[in-house]
Design a protein around this ligand. Sequence first.
Ligand code: DGJ
Length: 729
Amino acid sequence: MPLSFDAPARLFTLSTASTTYQMKVDRHGYLLHLYYGTRASGDLGYLVTHCALSGMSGQPHEDADRTFSLDVAPQEFPFQGGGDMRSPALLVRGADGTFGCDLRYARHEVRPGKYSLPGLPAAYAEAGDGAETLSVTLADERLGLEVELLYGVLPAFDVITRAAVVRNVGAGRLTVEKLQSACLDLVSGNFDLITFDGRHAMERRPSRRHVENGALSVGSRRGMSSNQYNPFMILCDRDATETAGRAWSMSFVYSGGFLAEAERDQFEQTRAQMGLDDGLFSYPLEPGESLVAPEVLMTYSSAGLEKISHNLHRVIRRRVCRGPWRDAPRPVLVNSWEACYFDFTGDRLVELARRAADLGIDMLVMDDGWFGSRSDDRRGLGDWRPNVEKLGGTVADLARRVNECGLGLGIWVEPEMVSEDSDLFRAHPDWALSVPGKDPVLGRDQLVLDLSRADVRDNLFGQLCAVLDQGGVEYVKWDCNRSIVDVHSRLASDQGKVLYDYVLGLYDLLGRVRSRYPDLLIEGCSAGGGRFDAGMLAYAPQIWTSDNTDARNRLTIQYGTSFGYPCSAVGAHVSACPNETTGRTVPLDARGVVAMAGGAFGYELDLTKLGDRDCELIKGQVAAYRQIEPLVREGLYYRLSVPEEDDVCAWEFVAEDGSEALVCAVVTHVDGYGVTSYVRPRGLTPGAAYRVEGSGPELSADALMDMGLPLSASCSPYESFMYRLERVG
Ligand code: DGJ
């Protein structure tokens, strides 16, 4: 049983295959966190010694003997108002404007299966998963406030999910000023926090910092999860490596603003929290209303960071992503963006499709520029009718022509945005988010539509349906190229709700598109990888990882992305050289090896301009990708090097049963004549032998893992390698 309740001890134990999570209702009715770690049994309450009053910390009024303080006690859902002066999960204001609540245990319920959340994405369970849900309700009678803490246990995935529902069950208005979805209080340990930071075209570089006294936080106030910080973090032992040490992670299943915090307190305890950005958030709840804190996926590893990634890859790929594309090979794409930007016609695209067909590519994606007056990025957004003059017909007509070449057709859209120079904006200027009396801030010359409004969403849905209903479009790249600055909706009852309601609106629109076109493959995108999060992955099983297609930089970006997200989600294309972003030239072979590390592989260059040799190489790459694709999509991923530190960047995919592996490497730095580099694979079956590509000598798995696989003797910069190892026998 994944969930058990020891009634006399008021002890909740959540068990997964190799972890245990435990909490208890204490004598005051507070819900204390006891343990999240390696599977263990019994009452682990002995671990908590810091409940006694220390220093001048406050205690509950009834605790006359001063033996307890929330300021030092580990908690499941810390709130402002009980004497805990650390960062709270909940900050709520009563009808009289005062802060301060006092949440105590009210009731609990264990339910079979995994909870879902109204209007928000969440991991799901399938029959046979043995998933269970624990709901624990905390209440503050004076305020008329209830908080239902939801715990989902996915035993085989070693994942525990958390979410919370805040309810106004009283008679007055409450205002939620801060809401975190999950809190993890660890009573001992000295930790690093790893966050995934960057910028446009350089996303998700791991940043590892010691959690010292005080608070460490990253987040987004941009209305989207952002290129700058990712809603995913790992707390780990200071000496944790890929394969050793304890690590805990939190992944936010949400695509809007977030706040990720880690705090070491006065007694060297550590609190980690993940939830909604509190900066541009102040959510009123009238009597009877409720607010849902989005889901956080949590996992624990006692064997380093690699296990964290393996657990997350598995659960996101199998229980967050959904629909027919979840387990299917994705089409190999050629995307028109870096091939021709806005400068294309229907004929030019058909020419591109023809060449792509020769090379074995599956689908042509017509990127930005096919609709309205969109001849550059200053106009046209919001008018989702095809430019028939430019295309030589409708999108369906183009699809027919592309299909005749043997390819499918995909299109780019950016439904959340509007250009001031568009028919939509001229007809409905009030549909754009903007603060009355203030010139709105432009981003890429565009404004953000108010997706918190149902009428705006209905219009967008209608426009998208008008294109998609004609048929022929098999894929949509859903882009979003600016942050939200002017947070004001004409219809909102309170402006503090707008950013959260915007995200619910986005999910509503995406959900409607998915239900109407269940076979449509959606690729997420946001100025490259600005919305690479588990929330988007519930609607789009693949995401354009970064606008930076330079293979050298992609090694870093894909390395960072791999900590929290499965390779099946990684959109990676081979582009032209010198690279548009960095000006760097990397051989086509290496560009291919790097892009093939993504489960959504493709090309982003003008294939019609390539010479015969490059065409042959690409043909070979596409054919090779088809062979390795199942391993890339479903295999266990191993980071074998640190791209910024090592001269050879290497990674590996291993089938879950160890029967085959793919070792990939790119030389990034060479000194002198160079020395032979050895790459040490992991995850092979101990005691077994492997053959490279099924031929050649038998190689001992243990020797390979101990001493490594030699790459060619003197490597040149950007020489690349792909070794397929097959287990013998
Ligand atoms: C940003 C995306 O990341 C690019 O791939 C491309 O689709 C452009 N937008 C189009 O405007």
